[in-house]
Design a binder for this molecule. Structure first.
Ligand SMILES: Cc1cc2nc3c(=O)[nH]c(=O)nc-3n(C[C@H](O)[C@H](O)[C@H](O)COP(=O)(O)OP(=O)(O)OC[C@H]3O[C@@H](n4cnc5c(N)ncnc54)[C@H](O)[C@@H]3O)c2cc1C
Length: 538
């Protein structure tokens, strides 16, 4: 049964569509969600980052729905079940063709345990089912196995036509159907003018040992966490491979591990004469360090092999419709930023949808800052990731380039957390979550102008490297490092870590909090990030 008219229709009940539906239904809007499949179902996008978890917390607090934050930390395992893994670090092991890996070429970025707990490897079929049921609990009408054949949008109505002949009416429609986006296809919005080029082969599998079982021990590497306790990225010229275990803590009841290979198709075109599985196993033989970890894996589902996975859109918004983040665009999962865009999309859209409903005015112009935000995020992610693929050409470059990722992510997270603290201080969470109070955010760098300038310099140097000339590589990778070292605004306590491959302990140093040299920094950096905080915090 459908209502005669809904405020908002949402296509797709994945993590994005379901969370959006939950919040809007809780806020009193009449919501219908049309899902082509049925839960529980496989979904990809498993590795969490601090920025995504922070938006989970912001949404949960702003709208008074604590369950939204249940995937923001391993501390919630007792509430969401034991099928999810823990993520206590990001690690990157560099590989060369036909050579064993070099233990000095492992880098680990720790995820702080305090104050919220480590991140998670989300077993998406359970997570998406959870959020879908949450949306139903809060009053959204969710229809699974419901396929749309077409829709008509005019100045006063959206009419959705289903395969079985029924029609549904709403005032507005959000397309949360991911890369297959119905609206992007209908309005021919897809664009592929992006720098990054990669294709993927992935599955869920058993019999993937911890890397320590086939290589050095945790102690030999001198790292604070076992490699199995986080996301391990094997990196090489022309691509990379993820290992995301769900069986990596003592409460886990899930013996699966997610594994996925990303290849630049210009370097490694698809081997269509082979099955996806055959291509995967043949490919990993090039790298002894990867092969020894994955050679015995047994897939538990049909392998997925994609064409180029990047896509974008000419428009994110239009007459009575918009595309949610993942329907609008996707770059590559290298730095796990996908859910950050999805959740930011929700955070930005919700206040606009509520206001439009209350004013009975869904004019496209009201959603303009949402579109701008999505485009800023895509552009920054495309640059960051295509730069990473370039830097994979030589470890010396990759080692320096990765500082840009760490610094950009740290600043972004810092800004997000401080926005929430400021909102608490001013007593208006909804103001912060209008999405319009932080319009200078662009996925990385916390909206700080000096970071943006530094980033441009790094890209310039990277683009000038002649990867056939080892002297040029040596010189330019040093120049990249120098750019970071000479940036006077980066607090000393952070700079120290630029030259280490990992922290030696899992404790963040108290020196971080020192007034001089600590993370509070100086001058315009301090103003940008900490400026509005009450003196108590300083
Ligand atoms: C290979 C890969 C790896 C990734 N890894 C990460 C990661 O590690 N970390 C991270 O943060 N992000 C990652 N992402 C991104 C992440 O997957 C997305 O951000 C996230 O899944 C978006 O959620 P969503 O609900 O908007 O879309 P989806 O999860 O794609 O859900 C779309 C929903 O729409 C439904 N649907 C589709 N077509 C129709 C239709 N015609 N009618 C009705 N319903 C329909 C689908 O059944 C599904 O339920 C990855 C993406 C890819 C491609």
């Amino acid at each position: 049964m459908f209502r005669s008219k809904y405020d908002i229709a949402i296509i797709g009940s994945g993590i994005g569509g379901s969370i959006l539906a939950t919040i809007l239904a809780k806020e009193g809007l009449k919501i219908v969600v049309l899902e082509g499949n049925q839960h529980p179902k496989f979904a990809i996008g498993e590795s969490m980052i601090l920025e995504s978890s922070e938006i989970f917390r912001q949404l949960a607090e702003t709208y008074g729905i604590p369950e939204i934050a249940y995937y923001s930390s391993e501390n919630f395992t007792p509430l969401v079940g034991s099928t999810h893994g823990v993520k206590r670090h990001f690690s990157y092991m560099y590989h060369r063709k036909d050579h064993e890996e070099d233990s000095n070429e492992l880098m680990m970025a720790n995820i702080p345990k305090e104050p919220y707990g480590h991140e998670m490897h989300i077993y998406r079929q359970d997570c998406d089912y959870f959020y879908c049921s949450l949306a139903i609990k809060y009053g959204a009408d969710i229809h699974q196995n419901t396929n749309i054949i077409d829709l008509e949008i005019d100045d006063s109505n959206v009419e959705i036509k289903l395969v079985d002949g029924r029609t549904i009416n709403s005032n507005y429609i959000v397309d949360a159907s991911g890369f297959k986006s119905i609206l992007a296809n209908k309005y021919k919005l897809r664009s592929y003018d992006l720098e990054t080029h990669s294709r993927a082969i992935f599955t869920h599998a058993v019999d993937i040992p911890s890397f320590h079982k086939v290589a050095n021990s945790q102690k030999q590497y001198g790292i604070p966490y076992s490699l199995h306790e986080g996301t391990l990225h094997h990196v090489f010229e022309g691509g990379w491979l993820w290992v995301i275990p769900f069986d990596n803590h003592k409460e886990s009841t899930n013996h699966l591990c997610s594994v996925g290979l990303l290849l630049d198709p210009r370097v490694f075109p698809e081997r269509s004469e082979l099955s996806a599985e055959e291509e995967f196993f043949e490919f990993i033989q090039r790298f002894p360090g990867i092969h020894k970890q994955l050679k015995n894996l047994k897939s538990v589902r049909v392998w997925t092999r994609t064409g180029r996975i990047q896509y974008s859109t000419k428009k994110v918004i239009g007459n009575r419709f918009c595309l949610l983040g993942h329907a609008a665009c996707f770059i590559d999962p290298l730095f796990s930023k996908g859910l950050y865009l999805t959740l930011t999309s929700i955070q930005n859209l919700v206040p606009k949808l509520i206001k439009s409903k209350n004013d009975n005015n869904f004019e496209t112009v009201r959603f303009q800052t949402y579109e701008d935000t999505v485009f800023r995020f895509v552009e920054a992610n495309d640059k960051l990731i295509s730069g990473a693929y370039k830097s994979f050409g030589d470890f010396r470059v990759w080692r320096k380039y990765i500082i840009l990722w760490v610094l950009g992510a740290y600043l972004e997270y810092l800004k997000l957390v401080l926005l929430r603290f400021n909102a608490h201080y001013s007593g208006d969470m909804k103001d912060m979550s209008s999405g319009d109070s932080n319009l200078n955010l662009r996925l990385v760098g916390g909206g700080f102008d000096k970071f943006n300038k530094l980033e441009k310099e790094i890209y310039k140097i990277l683009d000038s490297i002649n990867f056939k000339d080892t002297f040029d590589i040596e010189k330019k990778s040093q120049s990249i490092l120098n750019e970071f070292i000479k940036a006077e605004w980066i607090p000393f306590t952070i700079k120290r870590y630029f030259v280490e491959n990992h922290l030696n302990s899992n404790q963040y140093n108290l020196a971080f909090l020192k007034n001089k040299g600590g993370i509070f920094g100086v001058s315009d950096y301090r103003n940008h990030f900490f400026g509005k905080l009450p003196s108590l915090w300083m």
